[in-house]
Design a protein around this ligand. Structure first.
Ligand SMILES: [Zn+2]
Length: 481
């Protein structure tokens, strides 16, 4: 089916599906003009709810009034860390709603894995935010072909993408057999599956699996063949996979693909990698930000100058080690307040990423805050002057070194570093020169140990970790997670 009619059919089916399952998803997916006022209202509602119904916050929010109508109290609330969540989960972190409506979401983080709980209303908001993100950054409309290559994991509870995969027909057959045709939850689940498989037109490819970060040429050729055949409008994949496929096209001098929209999932593409991706895939890279706890949080507009926060769904701040907001453009820890999850509210939650925020209006006309995420806090190095070297900095530094295709850096403490490098088969690597270059870059008198490898292995969650940093170790203010 051609893209336009398919998209019209998809849009109509989505509306019908939402109507029958009491879903608000499509109207939520439209970014409202008065998001500031909506955020105020939702913030006061979530504070009131958490104050009354969630034991952890009953305690935490005691110093502030139960009824507030603006964000002015926000900065007075202590941040919620992953340790807090772990220590009070589940009873202390959840409200008194019916657990039959709960869904567990497991984070796929490489440092500290957590489970968060979402009720129906939050799941609806997650769907809406995902649609909004796809629409705003890249012009995707439901029905357009999309290919996803998620990090390869094999677990009962899935991460970011939510529910465990089950076929539409087998779910429908199960409902029929169990006499659940009028069961609201079963109908909602069926809607979700139809949406994913039939309406949104999403295909999923397996990840690189045992091949690690750098699969052999014939494996990469297979991905190319499939992508040329499926001709997706959007390609959404783990950054490591995107970069490996793009580099393969580049080094083998193959004709570029023609995929208009390139996105990453569950990982970061660094500023230095963008041109390679855009050239090889023949489209535009659109950055976005999200997590298993929250769903899609922010995305780029056509100016590609920071990510617009969905500020009717979330309040995003960048704070220092004490939890005080930092000035625009200054690096800090990202904290997120979810305005849509009443089941397990997360207020000023330290998500574990570092970045900067910009409150200036964007050239596109939108006035909400924009964030730039630069990597995980646990994956940030502290240089000899106390400055931060984020994952983006480290990856871009290594990949511009002659003879290096990719690498990992591990901070061992006391200025000792271990570098694992994938060598470029076309350019010789001068290990001594690289050691010196790294020492100069990180500063001081570091001890640098080098080793080479043919491929890098993913962590248990299927993601690749390029840096084991020392920021959280060197910070005196406890673990941030
Ligand atoms: Zn903009």
């Amino acid at each position: 089916m051609a893209i336009l009619p398919r998209s019209l059919v998809a849009q109509t089916s989505l509306s019908v599906g939402c109507f029958f399952s009491d879903s608000n998803c499509l109207s939520l997916a439209k970014a409202p003009a008065n998001s500031g006022r909506i955020a105020d209202e939702r913030f006061s509602r979530i504070i009131e709810h958490a104050h009354a119904k969630v034991p952890f916050y009953v305690d935490r929010l005691r110093p502030i009034p139960r009824h507030i109508d603006t964000l002015e109290y926000l900065a007075t609330i202590s941040v919620t860390t992953k340790d807090d969540v772990e220590a009070h989960f589940p009873d202390g972190m959840t409200d008194d709603s019916d657990p039959a409506d709960w869904r567990m979401m497991s984070t796929r983080g490489t440092a500290q894995r957590l489970i968060t709980i979402q009720g129906f209303a939050k799941r609806d908001a997650v769907r809406a935010a995902q649609l909004r993100s796809l629409r705003l950054s890249g012009g995707y409309r439901p029905g357009m072909p999309m290919v996803e290559i998620p990090p390869e994991i094999c677990e009962i509870v899935c991460g970011e993408e939510g529910e465990q995969e089950q076929g539409v027909l087998s779910h429908a057959w199960g409902m029929l057999r169990r006499g659940q045709l009028r069961d609201k939850k079963a109908v909602r689940d069926l809607r979700g599956l139809v949406e994913r498989h039939w309406i949104l037109n999403r295909k999923m490819y397996p990840g690189f699996g045992r091949h690690g970060s750098h699969p052999p040429t014939e494996v990469l050729d297979e991905y190319l063949l499939r992508l040329r055949r499926d001709r997706p409008y959007v390609l959404k994949a783990l950054a490591t996979y995107l970069v490996a496929i793009a580099r393969h096209i580049h080094t083998e001098n193959l004709p570029p693909l023609q995929i208009p929209v390139i996105k990453t999932m569950g990982s970061r593409v660094t500023p230095g990698q963008r041109p390679l991706l855009e050239q090889a895939f023949g489209g535009v890279y659109w950055d976005d930000y999200g997590s298993a706890e929250f769903g899609a949080i922010a995305c780029e507009c056509e100016h590609h100058n920071g990510l617009h926060v969905f500020d009717d769904f979330f309040i995003v701040e960048v704070v220092d080690a004490e939890g005080h907001p930092v000035a625009d453009g200054q690096r800090g820890w990202i904290v997120v307040t979810d305005l849509m999850n009443t089941t397990m509210p997360l207020i000023r939650y330290k998500i574990g990423d570092v970045g900067v925020i910009d409150h200036q209006p964007c050239a596109c006309g939108r006035s909400g805050p924009r964030i730039t995420v630069e990597g995980r806090a646990h994956d940030t190095l502290v240089d000899s002057q106390g400055g931060w070297r984020t994952t983006d900095d480290v990856v871009d530094f290594l990949e511009q070194c002659p003879g290096v295709v990719a690498g990992q850096v591990c901070a061992l403490g006391s200025q000792r570093y271990e570098l694992t490098l994938i060598e470029d088969t076309h350019v010789a690597l001068d290990q001594e020169a690289l050691r010196e270059q790294f020492a100069e870059w990180i500063g001081g008198q570091p001890t640098v140990k080098l080793q080479t490898a043919t491929t890098l292995r993913p962590e248990a969650g299927g993601k690749f970790r390029y840096v084991r940093g020392d920021l959280e170790r060197s910070s005196n203010h406890g673990s941030v997670g």
